[in-house]
Ligand binder design. Structure first.
Ligand code: HEC
Ligand code: HEC
Ligand code: HEC
Length: 120
């Protein structure tokens, strides 16, 4: 097996491999985060949150939620600790507010009662 042959095979592999590599880099550029997570719910108990399901069903995009807190696990609790988010602010002004609004518009909406969200 000649070295020139090996070099050209390597060359072809690089040409074929390049677009796939570029595609996987751009596809990985946005970290979607965990599909499901459990949020801190204080004395009322933790709150299971289907993250992916919201990403898929909400047409408003990521910022509808991430305007209020960054795309980082534990960011809500961190901002609450710093006094930059009030206790229950995310719950009332984001989660429940959107679920109520959807319901008013007659759309399939998420839970609006305490025990549907909080689990003990
Ligand atoms: C309905 C609200 C909502 C929407 C919409 C949303 N997220 Fe999130 N996201 C959250 C919550 C809540 C957390 C957890 C924050 C915490 O732990 O304090 C989170 C956390 C994350 C994290 C960190 C979690 C991890 O597993 O590393 C990433 C990354 C993320 N989101 C990306 C996105 C992207 C990208 C989009 C849009 C395609 C998006 N999110 C849309 C609510 C949302
Ligand atoms: C749509 C889901 C949802 C519903 C409905 C809901 N909660 Fe929450 N709750 C959350 C989330 C998410 C958090 C954490 C973020 C925050 O503090 O805003 C939370 C936080 C809390 C906390 C802790 C606050 C803190 O800082 O320690 C309490 C207490 C609480 N909820 C009580 C209630 C009560 C009482 C009800 C019913 C009247 C209720 N929740 C309804 C999602 C919900
Ligand atoms: C901008 C609108 C919007 C926001 C903000 C939002 N939700 Fe929802 N949520 C929905 C809609 C619409 C559904 C029902 C459709 C679906 O399941 O995709 C839903 C469904 C749910 C469900 C029920 C899933 C199931 O299995 O039936 C839970 C639990 C939930 N949301 C929790 C939360 C929590 C906790 C937050 C805040 C961190 C939140 N949601 C913020 C729109 C929203």
């Amino acid at each position: 097996m000649g070295q020139r042959w090996l070099t050209s095979i390597l060359g072809i592999c690089m040409v074929i491999g390049m677009p796939a590599a570029v595609e996987s880099i751009s596809a990985g550029a946005q970290d979607m985060g965990a599909a499901d997570m459990v949020l801190e719910g204080g004395s009322s108990g933790e709150v299971p949150f289907p993250h992916r399901r919201h990403q898929e069903s909400l047409t408003e995009g990521c910022q509808v939620c991430h305007d209020m807190f960054p795309q980082k696990r534990g960011s809500i609790e961190a901002l609450k600790a710093e006094g930059k988010l009030e206790s229950k602010q995310v719950m009332n002004r984001l989660c429940t507010a959107c679920h109520r609004q959807s319901r008013r518009q007659g759309v399939d909406a998420g839970p609006t009662t305490c025990s549907q969200c909080h689990q003990r």
